[in-house]
Design a protein around this ligand. Structure first.
Ligand code: MN
Length: 749
């Protein structure tokens, strides 16, 4: 709908008049439904909103207040909501976009209004399809949660969205696409589930117009071009029925109505046909005035009259009067053979049913006091079910949304419990879905079912009218392959939650098995070591690693082949380095200057600062050290007496970071010792005795060269710190026949 007013050339007077006219139209729409006190409140809401939005205009240039006014009218006229909702609709953008606070609303109106406005404010920004699907799903869940709290929030939101869709033209193309895709993703399915067929249909048509304008225009043109021919056909079809219904004393409306453009498009796509090959582009509707206690029989009488004139297709009869749809829809649908051999769909319903078909949930409220009918409790059950699933923290939202959306669009079947209670399930539902529908615990223990007294497996697909008795066993547990044949969101999330919980418990065992093994290896289950294992075994998460260990898919004996350095585990295929991570130079310099104080490093264990121990001097804890920010290799720690130290300090002072060691006894560092002495038979034995026997050091290599009765050797050994190294050097010097012992300046091994 395009507005033809040039908003920038309106006088203020004209605008005021127009705004007041819209307000009066809203009042008229509410006229039967408004008490004196409410009228004052409504007026107050209008004035407050008008004042708050005074300086704002919509993209089209129109005064902003026209939007809340339009939303309120949609809420009242098209959804059938009452005065409280109209007040909320008028105020729906105030808390978010203006100075008005929720407190103000609570004070000026009441708690109820404030709660609804709060809900509307919260969901207004949750839909953002730019984000990844997880975020979208999380947002959808939030919307459903508010729906479960007070359905009016969603109904007003739908009115808001519908008005935005109707006024998309002034938006940028990008914004149009965004709004349209949100609408098809979230709002039209919701409108459908709440029984708001008109709104759902209009939303889908408006979305199609934005997303596929060519197709939309083609179909619209097609409808226009065939309109005259269609009207003639419809009149011819209606004539005998009208006469007979009138003769039988019915009070009714009868008319033909083209189907929505998107639904014609769906048919063209599904059947791969062109527009003029789609036959049922219209349906005949008969709306009856009938007292509520005689609705059903009157509708069937009309059916009988229709089928006197035209032959029905028995396979296309739908009785949604005896058993309404899950969203509350009631009607009798039949398809009959009309003039010229064309199938024509005829929809028969009473005025009350028609109102429900158009206004959905809200119409149910209206009739609630008079008739506590079955479909209300079904809607209640739907809301209850939503609340249950959504508030379960274990539910994977993305999965749930997908399953839920499937639920929304599938056809329904009606099945019965042994005591004759009816349950509505989506088409294709199995005996196991039925069990979960009754209760999650019943589903979890289900081993089979009796359908119409015959034993069937869990995966048995149910048909409408089946009577189902669930058979359980306390020994039964849900299993992964159940997901293959389950179709309902409730059953699927029930099984998934169970499996997740089960996996978590099993993984706990795996974790303690791993811990025990690590104790044997003298290492802790640090984050580093855990990452190393997860990486090596190619598991997506620690949980999966633990689980694989618990069920025996990983042999812990394999850990014996891992190298252990200090508290670190290195898997056999990994090159041994002091670290594998790097930090950008800039980042380091920033840290340096930001802190200005000393950098404290924790041997190899620092999680915060990434560094390497310089290969040229192999510092160990206790050494005087400094950090040097290299170009490209991150922070390197050098000994203060490193041969390179002077050059680095002199030329690159700005890159030097003061560094000292934290006290740390758990980690050992590789260092080198050069030793010379008399080449005698027992010398290697003596040295290794000192290293492994007395000092219990971890030796990596020992190499000796003999020449002219003297030997020169290099020992690579792990020490914890400088103190331990000095002890080692002293002990070696004290050995008989050793002439010289010194720490390697630089390490060439
Ligand atoms: Mn709005």
């Amino acid at each position: 709908m395009t507005t033809t007013i040039d908003w920038y050339n309106q006088t203020e007077e004209d605008e005021k008049k127009l705004i007041l006219r819209e307000y009066r139209a809203l009042l008229r729409a509410l006229k039967h439904n408004i008490k004196k006190g409410d009228k004052a409140l409504l007026r107050h809401a209008f004035e407050l909103a008008a004042e708050a939005h005074k300086t704002t205009r919509r993209k089209s240039g129109e005064p902003y207040i026209l939007h809340p006014l339009a939303v309120a009218r949609i809420a009242v006229e098209e959804i059938g909501l009452g005065v409280t909702s109209a007040i909320c609709a008028l105020l729906h953008d105030t808390v978010e976009d203006t100075e008005i606070t929720l407190e103000d609303i609570k004070r000026e109106f009441n708690n109820n209004v404030a709660k609804i406005i709060d809900g509307l404010t919260k969901i207004s920004n949750v839909v953002d399809l730019k984000g990844d699907t997880t975020i979208q799903a999380e947002n959808f869940r939030k919307i459903l949660l508010t729906l479960a709290e007070d359905p009016r929030v969603i109904l007003i939101k739908l009115a808001d969205r519908l008005h935005n869709m109707r006024t998309l033209d002034s938006m940028s193309r990008e914004k149009q696409l965004k709004v349209a895709s949100e609408t098809t993703y979230i709002y039209s399915p919701l409108a459908h589930r709440l029984g708001l067929y008109e709104i759902k249909s209009e939303m889908e048509d408006l979305s199609l117009r934005v997303t596929q304008p060519d197709i939309y225009n083609d179909i619209q043109r097609g409808l226009k071009e065939t309109k005259r021919e269609r009207s003639r056909y419809i009149n011819e079809f209606i004539k005998p029925i009208r006469e007979q219904l009138t003769a039988a004393g019915f009070s009714f409306d009868i008319y033909g109505r083209p189907k929505a453009i998107h639904s014609i498009w769906n048919k063209m796509r599904k059947k791969q046909v062109a527009f003029d090959e789609v036959y049922d582009i219209f349906a005949i509707r008969i709306i009856l005035d009938a007292p509520q206690d005689r609705e059903k029989e009157e509708c069937w009488k009309v059916y009988s009259i229709v089928t006197n004139s035209y032959h029905p297709n028995p396979e296309r009869l739908r009785d949604w009067i005896s058993v309404p749809k899950g969203n509350g829809y009631e009607a009798l649908h039949t398809t009959v053979m009309g003039p010229a051999g064309r199938w024509v769909e005829v929809q028969i319903r009473t005025r009350r049913m028609n109102e429900i078909a158009e206004k959905g949930l809200a119409a149910h409220w209206k009739y609630k006091e008079e008739t506590p009918t079955a479909q209300e409790s079904k809607l209640d059950a739907f809301l209850e079910h939503l609340r249950e699933v959504l508030t379960n923290p274990n539910t994977d939202t993305l999965d749930f949304i997908q399953d839920f959306k499937l639920d929304l669009f599938t056809e329904e079947i009606y099945v019965y419990t042994p005591t004759g209670d009816m349950r509505v399930l989506p088409k294709g539902a199995t005996a196991l879905d039925f069990a979960f529908d009754i209760h999650t615990q019943l589903g979890a223990r289900c081993i089979g079912a009796k359908v119409n007294y015959k034993l069937v497996p869990l995966s048995h697909t149910l048909s409408s009218g089946d009577q189902v008795e669930v058979i359980t066993s306390s020994k039964q547990h849900p299993s992964e392959d159940w997901l293959q044949f389950l179709v309902t969101a409730k059953a699927k999330s029930g099984v998934k939650n169970y499996l997740k919980e089960d996996k978590r418990k099993t993984a706990e065992q795996g974790k303690s098995m791993l811990k025990k093994k690590m104790e044997h290896l003298n290492v802790n289950l640090t984050q580093h070591n855990l990452n190393e294992l997860v990486h090596y075994y190619k598991k997506p998460s620690a949980l999966d690693l633990y689980y694989a260990i618990a069920v025996g898919n990983i042999d812990l004996a394999e850990l014996n082949t891992f190298a252990v350095y200090g508290d670190k585990l290195h898997h056999p295929h990994r090159e041994i380095k002091h670290d594998t991570r790097e930090l950008a130079d800039e980042e380091l310099l920033k840290q340096k200057h930001g802190k200005g104080s000393e950098l404290i490093i924790f041997g190899e264990r620092s999680d915060k600062i990434l560094y390497k121990l310089a290969q040229c001097c192999q510092p160990i804890p206790g050494d005087d050290v400094f950090g040097f920010v290299t170009s490209g290799e991150g922070l390197k720690i050098h000994r203060a007496d490193c041969p390179n130290a002077a050059r680095l300090l002199a030329n690159y002072g700005h890159r030097v970071v003061k560094t000292k060691w934290a006290k740390n006894k758990e980690i050992s560092f590789l260092t080198g010792v050069r030793i010379t002495g008399l080449d005698d038979v027992g010398v290697i034995q003596k040295i290794t005795n000192v290293i492994s026997g007395e000092l219990r050091l971890n030796m990596r290599s020992l190499s000796l060269d003999s020449k002219d009765g003297m030997f020169e050797g290099t020992i690579m050994v792990y020490v914890h710190d400088r103190e331990e190294l000095n002890g080692f050097l002293n002990r070696l010097s004290a050995l008989e026949g050793i002439s010289k012992v010194e720490r390697l300046e630089s390490h060439e091994a």
